[in-house]
Design a protein around this ligand. Structure first.
Ligand SMILES: Nc1ncnc2c1ncn2[C@@H]1O[C@H](COP(=O)(O)OP(=O)(O)O)[C@@H](O)[C@H]1O
Ligand SMILES: [Mg+2]
Length: 307
């Protein structure tokens, strides 16, 4: 079964990381130390082997501020806490009240990875801030993971005309599908990881993206059960997006994970990740995200009926 898509785990040097920390080897997409810009490698997710947490670097500027603000809002335990959380709006640095509804906050919390705390780590020669998150892949023997970037547009309301054009050109079918496949990683055995990246994901359009999804959901012989679990878990996301009027997400993903080891339960889980372009929606639904969920549901349904 060894072909170009069955490769050994990526290896990037762990030099420059504190103590026993390593780059998180199961990262599908996003900022990654294998990417070098202006002579500096990007900072990706960190992992202390054996722990159930991962560390996601806080991005520079408003992107990092937004993501941290959202995780802090979700972990606030009372309406008073939530109201004094930093606003998600780029324009309001004046301590305005957060516009999120408490019911939306409470429900969304169940749909994301747990946020534990912020931590400062000395990485590649400087102190950097990290979000300590639950590693949703840590309870699996052979995790099968998929990253879907949700929504009909991936640029946010603050994007310039040039940015809008760049983003739209990256993947024109996004508007018709409501999501794109950023890639997957399936642990076939202890050593072999089958992976597909962003460029593979971009090879699909609305006429054939089902084939890409089918490939991810076929790691086990009981594929129909895997699809049924995916459909079942997706319902809660659909219900949330049918009613929530607090947030609009751009460039945010649904991360899927299930157990590829046949003898173990499928245990399929979905979480929302990547909130660097979250905006307050002020009483409107996120129709683009909801459209993507409904389409995904249709694709999974037709895969079930042809299995
Ligand atoms: N809580 C998590 N548990 C496990 N893996 C995660 C988690 N959050 C992110 N990842 C992995 O890291 C990748 C990049 O995460 P993301 O939040 O999208 O980062 P970026 O902001 O750099 O795009 C995802 O595609 C996924 O594979
Ligand atoms: Mg991402």
């Amino acid at each position: 079964m060894m072909d170009e898509h069955f490769q050994k785990m990526d290896s990037v040097s762990n030099e420059g990381l504190p103590g026993t920390y390593e780059w998180f080897s199961d990262q599908i997409a996003g900022h990654h130390p294998s990417m070098v810009k202006n002579g500096k490698r990007e900072i990706g997710l960190l992992k202390n082997p054996g722990s159930k947490e991962i560390l996601k670097p806080k991005q520079d500027g408003t992107r990092g501020e937004k993501e941290v603000a959202l995780y802090k809002l979700l972990s606030s335990s009372s309406p008073v806490d939530a109201a004094t959380s930093p606003s998600l709006l780029t324009t309001s640095s004046d301590g305005l009240q957060n516009g999120a509804r408490m019911e939306d906050v409470i429900r969304m919390k169940e749909l994301t990875a747990k946020f534990h705390r912020m931590e400062t780590m000395f990485v590649d020669g400087q102190d950097r801030q990290f979000m300590v998150l639950e590693d949703v892949t840590s309870d699996y023997t052979r995790p099968a993971m998929l990253d879907l970037k949700m929504g009909q547009v991936t640029y946010d309301p603050s994007a310039s005309a040039a940015k809008i054009e760049r983003e739209t050109k990256k993947y024109p079918p996004q508007a018709a599908i409501g999501f794109r496949i950023c890639g997957y990683r399936i642990h076939q055995s202890k050593e072999e990881v089958q992976m597909r990246d962003r460029s593979w994901g971009k090879s699909f359009d609305e006429t054939n993206i089902q084939n890409g999804l089918a490939e991810y959901f076929s790691a086990r012989a009981d594929r129909k059960m895997v699809l049924r679990e995916a459909l079942d878990r997706l319902q809660r996301f659909k219900e949330f997006f049918e009613s929530q009027e607090s947030f609009k997400f751009f460039g945010s993903s649904l991360l899927f994970v299930y157990e590829a080891q046949e003898e173990l339960p499928i245990n399929l889980r979905i979480v929302m990740i990547d909130f660097s372009h979250v905006f307050e929606s002020n009483g409107e639904r996120d129709e683009g995200y909801l459209f993507g969920i409904k389409n995904l549901e249709k694709y999974i349904n037709s895969l079930i009926s042809e299995t």
